[in-house]
Write a protein that binds this ligand. Structure first.
Ligand code: ATP
Ligand code: MG
Ligand code: MG
Length: 541
């Protein structure tokens, strides 16, 4: 019957198309340049670039730039940079707006075929008529009239809001997205890529499928919210007698305690609430990069997610898991303390200076760097208590701990000022063959030379940006859910001299403290280091 003929026809056309492209799979990743890309886009890229790569095909990076209002050159430049940082090589970089001339020709063809008409309803009227399933009073106007007015629209003779071009689809269809969708709007605004040549702009629904055809796309993969627009996608190709790519939808990625909508990200990034689009607390790819996350970790997270059709928020811990796996293998170790507590080793002379070999990758290889032990050293303030107790492995009066790689210290006493422990006094015992070392092993930093303070840095520690799992549940009140302690800045942290060579973007593990990355805010007088993540799920501080 008719339906079967139709399917056979379609299959025939796709076969012809495949023959023409040498049976090569062609996909596209089509971001709108209205913001920075986020981890959801990493999934979208994994799907489209990944599918092309797997089948020896090609994937376009296509800027879906039909809406000149929100689009900016800054975003276009950033997107190219971050796509390549993610490891993807676009076949070509194109713009939907490159095809404005062809799209306009298609529109004229559509009107001539009696499948589009110029409408004068307002947006509100269109909405109301759609709800009442009533056709626009302009729907049956003569083709010539539509052609004439559409040309006037193109030539700037029609005011904004006075006329649209609508596809003559199916007003009785259950699917609202088959109810005469808008193909063109009048907008007197220059375009960031196409320039000043146009004052009519095509809609997403009109553009997307036709540009797929113009680029020989074989598989058009998108997120589930477009599922109800597939009918319109195929309708347009059908009436214009084009082949039909395979259209397939997958679930949008959402991650707990954060937002991914570009509208919301824009609000946070440009509203002075955080440090910009690349704030390390955002799940933008620029934010993750600045935080110290690698593209490999993000892609392996995407691989594990798979290409599902069920929408659900993925827990942040899942991403952290992939970050840790990746950074554990690649990050050199280093000793540092975030909140230094001064320890005087009373049995060492004033000018004591000894160096020890510390392992760059403990348990894996022999590579070392040197750390120096002086009479004054620093341990983590949170590793000291004024009273010892069972199951406590830090330092306390009368108790011994191991300064990693150097030797044991035993606490004698300590000073307090304003309720704060200001100094601890201890004795040092070198590591001895055969002797049983203390159970607690601490990170520490010595002085580069006796009496000289260690390398100081600013540490920025992060936790969830939002308090609730899904801040979008709160509707307009979503900003009230921001976690006031999502960023902790610690000044006056100390690191061993090994770190003095670190450059922005360098990553390492500070032993016991987590994985860190040097921030772009660093200067020669103030090194800033972001914590990418803790070493284990439960660790905080
Ligand atoms: P927003 O609603 O935040 O503006 P968008 O879908 O309009 O997002 P685009 O720049 O148009 O953003 O997206 C480019 C591609 O990435 C599209 O194919 C889109 O489906 C996909 N994409 C966007 N967000 C996600 C997400 N959270 N998970 C998976 N894919 C996504
Ligand atoms: Mg959008
Ligand atoms: Mg979009």
């Amino acid at each position: 019957d008719g339906r079967i003929m139709e399917i056979r026809n379609t299959a025939d056309q796709l076969q012809k198309h495949l023959a023409r492209t040498g049976r090569r799979v062609i996909t596209r990743f089509p971001p709108e340049p209205n913001g920075y890309l986020h981890i959801g886009h990493a999934k979208a890229m994994f799907v489209s670039f990944g599918m092309a790569a797997e089948s020896n095909g090609d994937c376009y990076l296509r800027f879906d730039d039909t809406n000149p209002e929100a689009e900016k050159l800054e975003y276009i430049e950033h997107i190219q940079d971050i796509v390549s940082w993610m490891g993807w090589k676009p076949y070509k970089i194109t713009y939907s707006s490159d095809y404005f001339t062809e799209l306009h020709q298609f529109a004229v063809q559509l009107i001539k075929a009696g499948c589009a008409y110029v409408d004068h309803q307002t947006a509100d009227e269109i909405k109301q008529y759609r709800e009442e399933r009533r056709p626009s009073p302009w729907r049956e106007r003569p083709t010539d009239e539509s052609l004439r007015i559409f040309e006037e629209m193109r030539r700037g003779m029609t005011d904004e809001g006075q006329a649209t071009l609508r596809m003559k689809q199916d007003v009785k269809n259950e699917n609202y997205n088959m109810f005469d969708l808008i193909a063109y709007r009048v907008k007197f605004m220059p375009h960031p890529h196409a320039g000043t040549g146009w004052c009519i702009y095509p809609s997403y629904d009109f553009t997307h499928c036709l540009v797929d055809i113009l680029e020989d796309v074989t598989h058009s993969l998108c997120t589930l919210e477009f599922e109800s627009r597939r009918a319109s996608y195929y309708w347009l190709l059908e009436v214009l007698d084009c082949y039909k790519p395979v259209v397939w939808e997958y679930a949008r990625l959402n991650v707990t305690n954060n937002v991914l909508s570009k509208r919301k990200l824009n609000r946070l990034a440009t509203g002075g609430i955080i440090r910009g689009w690349d704030d390390p607390r955002l799940l933008t790819l620029a934010g993750l990069r600045r935080r110290g996350v690698t593209a490999a970790a993000i892609n392996s997270f995407c691989r594990e997610l798979g290409i599902t059709r069920t929408d659900s928020a993925v827990h942040l811990h899942k991403l952290d898991h992939h970050i840790r796996l990746d950074l554990d293998a690649s990050s050199p170790r280093c000793l540092a303390v975030l909140r230094p507590l001064r320890v005087v080793l009373t049995n060492l002379p004033e000018d004591h200076h000894a160096t020890y070999d510390a392992k760059v990758f403990p348990g894996r290889g022999e590579e070392t760097y040197s750390v120096c032990l002086t009479r004054v050293v620093y341990i983590e303030a949170t590793d000291f208590r004024d009273h010892d107790s069972k199951d406590y492995y830090g330092l306390a009066p009368g108790k011994s701990i191991l300064l990693k790689y150097a030797g044991a210290i035993t606490c004698q006493d300590f000073s307090v000022s304003d309720g704060q422990v200001t100094e601890v006094r201890a004795t040092f015992t070198p590591i001895q063959e055969g002797a049983k070392p203390p159970k607690g092993v601490l990170n520490w930093v010595g002085q580069p030379a006796a009496g000289q303070e260690p390398l100081e840095f600013e540490a920025r520690l992060y936790s969830e940006l939002f308090k609730s799992l899904d801040p979008s549940d709160l509707g307009d009140a979503w900003m009230e859910d921001l976690n006031p302690t999502s960023e902790t800045v610690i000044k006056g942290a100390y690191a061993c001299t090994q770190l003095s060579k670190a450059q922005p973007g360098d990553r390492f593990q500070l032993e016991r403290l987590g994985y860190f990355c040097v921030d772009s805010d660093s200067s020669s007088s103030n090194m800033v280091i972001n914590r990418t993540c803790t070493l284990r799920e439960s660790a905080s501080s």
